[in-house]
Design a protein around this ligand. Sequence first.
Ligand code: GSH
Length: 222
Amino acid sequence: MGGVKLHGSWASPFSNRVVWALELKGIPYEFVQEDMTKKSPLLLHYNPVCKKIPVLVHGEKPICESSIILEYIDETWPQKPLLPIDPLDRATARFWIKFIEDKEATMRRIFVARGEDKEEARRASLEVLRTVEERGLGGGGKFFGGDAINMVDLTYGWIAVWMKVLEEVLDMKLIEGPEFPRLQAWAESFRTAAVIRDHIPDHQKMVLHLRRRREELLLPPN
Ligand SMILES: N[C@@H](CCC(=O)N[C@@H](CS)C(=O)NCC(=O)O)C(=O)O
């Protein structure tokens, strides 16, 4: 069907989960770095509805939304499956993917919250993490799906990588506290897993990037 291109951004968790899926499956692709401050005509052409990255372009056909891209990749290149075969296990995997996607706005609030609002945003994020700790990672395996990384791990991967960055930028503890031993063990397994460890943006570069981004977002409107 033709070549594969990924329009994304090195610092985006959504973009990186697609990178991880392509790399895990060994699919050759070209990465097209998009500038989020000045969207390219090509990005607007491929994703005229949401105007967001990531967009996977397979033989000139665009696929948008990271979770849908992951499903597309898994169906198109079935080697090293990212979802369990068993329908019940598959449904459970999709449940946890939907869970964190629905909580994204709640978790995102902490990035720009200030004062009392910051404490409330932290409390709401910790509640989400507690649910994942107690219910999502209760299966005893190294990863969500057992011994191999699956689509749930890729979707939660930002927690393993970006949380550490956020903790530094916001100067607060999130998953580093004593109440998250499973999440910490999972995050360490994820960050150090073959393939993933070679495709994680540099920590210090991300700290600088997110500091700058936060300052921009906190600027009072003109
Ligand atoms: N739900 C989307 C979210 C993607 C998203 O928020 N992308 C951001 C970059 S991290 C973006 O393109 N932002 C540009 C904008 O909102 O205008 C997905 O999972 O693909």
